[in-house]
Design a protein around this ligand. Structure first.
Ligand code: ATP
Ligand code: MG
Length: 447
């Protein structure tokens, strides 16, 4: 999907707020509301406004590229599902009140999908019959609904939220394990591209079931999970995730290396084991945000939903499955928790709604307008995603709004500079400013 390369604030919908909304308890929620990224429609249900939508699409695209890179195929399943499938797996009753149940006009029981194990197993089962149909991995990026007891923290714990969920199908447990491992690697790559250090932690499997499972957690004071881990995990160089996926042993080796240091969430934590495994100076006890969760559950769904494959020697075996979730909309909030300052959001370039904000300090001044218009056209031509603050507003308002929305770069054009033939290029992350010609600024941003 292609996002428009450049916009003018005067023609955009950017409803920024000067003051902190009272309902927002944590910084990411506050900043998303103040930057005009989202609007709450009901508890835990949000509209994504233009700025927020761009970020959501960027996150989604990184997730997609890393799934494609490990050979998973994208599909799209519906949000509304029939209750019958869920009765077969037994989860219609197990899921409890988190599931939004609906009846259609014929009084058939339907539901708004909280996840898709049943549906994808049924899709697979109808068409896949033999060992030749495996291995296979499919995923979709679709809205889920879970009627959370306590929706809060904005998009971090919503009721309607966007998730990438992938599913793998293998003939035997060994190749199923490899499929799991490939997803594991894809997750490391996905979060690293977003500028996040996500720590894999052995996890409970909960209502999804199965016995092999990891959560991917980023550390943040506002996280809902308590986590304990070895500092070594935070220092690990994720460029090492560049492993040959065809080499099963190498992949397993990397995962063993990454899961060897102590790392546990609440349910799995054992203080004595932690203290004996990790020297005091490397003990990290913090809170974290779960940004992904992967499961290998073997035949838990294939048996009840009748997804069997004929083997080469004529046996019939239930397909071995795993499922793999990424909280796409939660990530928008999680990235802000990890990257902001007093003035607002500091987007990592890979997910920034715009790479640069062009700030005209004296709208209506012929010199400033001419330089800005020229830059704006050239930024577009160079494919640099830019937002041009061309409003008839005081410089202070523009500075604070552009700091708030957090484009990684700002090009500041004022009357004095224009006379001297220079503009200012400011890096949002550290405020570092460079004075240079408009051409040089453009060259730097297009590089
Ligand atoms: P949690 O423990 O946070 O409720 P979960 O274990 O129920 O998460 P999964 O079923 O594994 O979550 O879903 C996969 C991913 O979807 C999670 O890792 C998380 O990032 C995201 N997610 C789950 N529930 C929500 C929610 N209510 N709002 C936003 N994102 C969510
Ligand atoms: Mg949950």
């Amino acid at each position: 999907m292609r996002l428009s390369p450049a916009v003018r604030v005067s023609e955009y919908f950017l409803p920024t707020l000067r003051n902190d909304p009272a309902e927002a308890e944590i910084v990411s929620h506050r900043l998303m509301l103040r930057a005009g990224m989202i609007r709450q429609e009901s508890a835990g249900i949000y509209s994504w406004l233009p700025l927020g939508f761009r970020v959501l699409k960027k996150i989604e695209q990184i997730v997609r590229e890393e799934q494609d890179r490990i050979g998973a195929h994208e599909i799209l399943m519906p949000t509304i599902q029939s209750a019958d499938l869920w009765r077969k797996s037994g989860r219609y009753d197990d899921y409890g009140k988190e599931m939004l149940r609906i009846q259609d006009r014929h009084e058939r029981d339907m539901l708004f999908g909280p996840t898709n194990e049943e549906m994808i197993t049924d899709i697979f089962a109808e068409h896949a019959k033999s060992y030749k149909d495996a291995p296979l991995a499919m995923y979709h990026i679709q809205w889920k609904f879970r009627d959370e007891v306590r929706p809060r923290y904005g998009v971090m714990r919503g009721r309607e939220f966007l998730m990438k969920d992938a599913y793998t199908f293998d003939l035997d447990a060994e190749s199923g394990r490899h499929a799991y491992n490939k997803q594991f690697i894809a997750y490391l790559r996905t979060y690293a591209r977003m500028g996040l250090t996500a720590i894999p932690m052995a996890a409970d499997t909960g209502p999804i079931g199965g016995d092999l499972s990891h959560e991917f957690i980023i550390l943040a004071a506002t996280g809902e999970s308590k986590v304990w881990c070895d500092q070594a995990l935070l220092d690990f160089d994720l460029t090492n995730a560049d492993v040959d996926l065809g080499d099963r042993a190498a992949v397993q080796g990397l995962i063993d290396q990454l899961t060897a240091p102590y790392a546990a969430t609440d349910e799995q934590h054992d203080q004595d084991a932690f203290e004996s495994a990790v020297p005091e100076e490397r003990r990290v006890a913090e809170k974290g945000i779960e940004v992904g969760h992967i499961f290998f559950f073997g035949d838990k769904y294939s048996k009840p939903l009748d997804a069997y494959l004929d083997t080469k020697d004529g046996a019939r075996v239930p397909v071995q499955m795993g499922s793999y979730g990424v909280g796409v909309s939660r990530l928008a909030g999680a990235i802000i928790e990890a990257s902001h300052d007093e003035a607002g959001i500091i987007w990592p370039e890979a997910v920034a709604p715009f790479k640069a904000a062009l700030i005209n300090l004296r709208q209506g001044d012929d010199g400033c307008d001419a330089v800005c218009e020229d830059l704006y056209t050239k930024l577009q031509a160079a494919g640099v995603e830019a937002i041009y603050d061309d409003r008839d507003e005081r410089a202070g308002v523009k500075f604070s709004d552009m700091d708030l929305i957090g484009a990684p770069w700002q090009i500041i054009v004022g009357p004095k500079g224009v006379k001297a033939g220079i503009v200012e290029l400011k890096r949002r992350a550290d405020g570092e400013r460079d004075e240079l010609s408009a051409e040089a600024a453009l060259a730097k941003l297009s590089a």
